[in-house]
Design a protein around this ligand. Structure first.
Ligand code: MD6
Ligand code: FE
Length: 204
């Protein structure tokens, strides 16, 4: 088993009621900060997922600015909405990290979206875990080691599942190979939201 220590998979962590409540909060965030199509640095190639954020900082990527955190939406210029209380509670329950998260990246996958293998390494505070929540259709997730070509394990993420990338797994490569349309009724429009909570800066 190649996955470094510090990876945890909390299957069905959120019951249906918590998923529905959280989805309502995500809808409100998206109404304030619309989903936009991110693009790869330099090439400008669009990603197949759409993104938005909540929190004091949001992660984004575009052709000219590359990967970064910033306090405002790239299209509207408005500050991101605060992180919903349900997500702050989830962080307190599972992160094992005293300081609160500063950023929550929201990815929306349509039936054909995927997310290439990457590591989340744009944060200054790499001692905090990244916590991920899945809502909606099932997705095939892969996670490997800290080297791009390390062997990978694959698992199906379902609505309500929570993943933690902490410790030695904090810089493990991971991604989404595909989603399975029509496997969840949670989103009326179909597809999948993934929420990732991050601490960006070192606490004072
Ligand atoms: C996804 N997740 O599940 C993509 N990143 O759609 C991630 O990229 C991710 O699941 C950091 C930590 C956990 C994750
Ligand atoms: Fe990631």
């Amino acid at each position: 088993m190649a996955i470094p220590q510090g990876f945890s998979y909390l299957s069905s962590y959120l019951d249906e009621e918590r998923q529905r409540k959280l989805l309502g909060a995500v809808r409100a965030v998206v109404a304030h900060s619309p989903l936009y199509t991110p693009a790869m640095p330099r090439s400008g190639k669009p990603l197949s997922v759409r993104m938005t954020n909540c929190g004091s900082l949001g992660w984004l990527t575009d052709r000219d600015g590359g990967y970064r955190y910033q306090p405002t939406h790239p299209d509207t210029g408005h500050a991101w909405a605060p992180i919903p209380e349900d997500l702050m509670r989830l962080w307190r329950e599972v992160a094992g990290y005293a300081a609160p998260p500063e950023a929550c990246l929201i990815n929306y996958y349509s039936g054909t979206s995927r997310l290439g293998s990457h590591k989340d390494a744009d944060e200054t505070d790499l001692s905090a875990p990244v916590l991920s929540v899945s809502l909606g259709d099932d997705a095939q997730f892969h996670v490997g080691g800290v080297g791009r070509t390390d062997p990978k394990e694959r698992l199906i993420l379902r609505s309500g599942d929570v993943i933690v990338l902490g410790g030695a797994a904090r810089l493990a490569y991971h991604g989404i190979d595909r989603i399975y349309p029509g496997t969840s009724d949670l989103l009326a429009e179909g597809g999948r939201f993934n929420l990732t909570l991050r601490r960006v800066n070192l606490p004072d």
